[in-house]
Design a protein around this ligand. Structure first.
Ligand SMILES: [Zn+2]
Length: 164
């Protein structure tokens, strides 16, 4: 026969003690769940007009890579979400991705160097690297490099003979 609810006996040794580590773990778990729930606002987007080439060929992508080389350090963040153009490869990161990128780059010195595009004759166009870049990256005159266009406004220059 059933008695009325038994009063739960409380033994002090049975009361779980919440350690700071557990608190932290919980906080991490909550944060994870939150980010998991937060879907990209552009998820499922298709045939959006590309600001770069004008075709309606931009669609949602979750495999975008942010790749930047600052002075002496390369930052690569894979699996970002946003839009990608299937025609010209133009990429646009969504708000979540932008936040992630900011998080990883905020403490880094601004890596950008302005340089002029000049004509060097024979219809060729040249760019002059700033002295700082030459010094830090140890670029010398006959070094070879591979240039990879990422979009029609972005490119990566990878040095082959760099002694760095
Ligand atoms: Zn495009």
């Amino acid at each position: 026969m059933k008695t009325k609810k038994e009063k739960m006996e409380i033994h002090p040794e049975n009361i779980p003690v919440i350690t700071p580590e557990m608190m932290e773990k919980t906080a991490i778990e909550i944060a994870k769940r939150r980010t998991g729930k937060k879907e990209s606002p552009v998820k499922g987007a298709k045939d959006i007009k590309c600001p770069s080439c004008g075709n309606s060929t931009m669609s949602y992508a979750n495999d975008l890579t942010f790749d930047v080389t600052l002075t002496g350090e390369r930052i690569v963040i894979p699996n970002l979400t946003g839009l990608k153009c299937s025609k010209c490869s133009e990429e646009a990161f969504d708000a979540n991705s932008t936040k992630i990128i900011e998080k990883y780059t905020i403490d880094k010195s601004v890596g950008g160097y302005e340089l002029k595009v000049s004509t060097v004759g024979g219809g060729k166009i040249g760019m002059y690297f700033p002295k700082d870049v030459l010094r830090v990256m140890k670029i010398s005159k006959s070094d070879k490099a591979i240039l990879t266009p990422l979009s029609n406004r972005k490119m990566i220059i990878e040095l082959l003979n760099s002694t760095a």
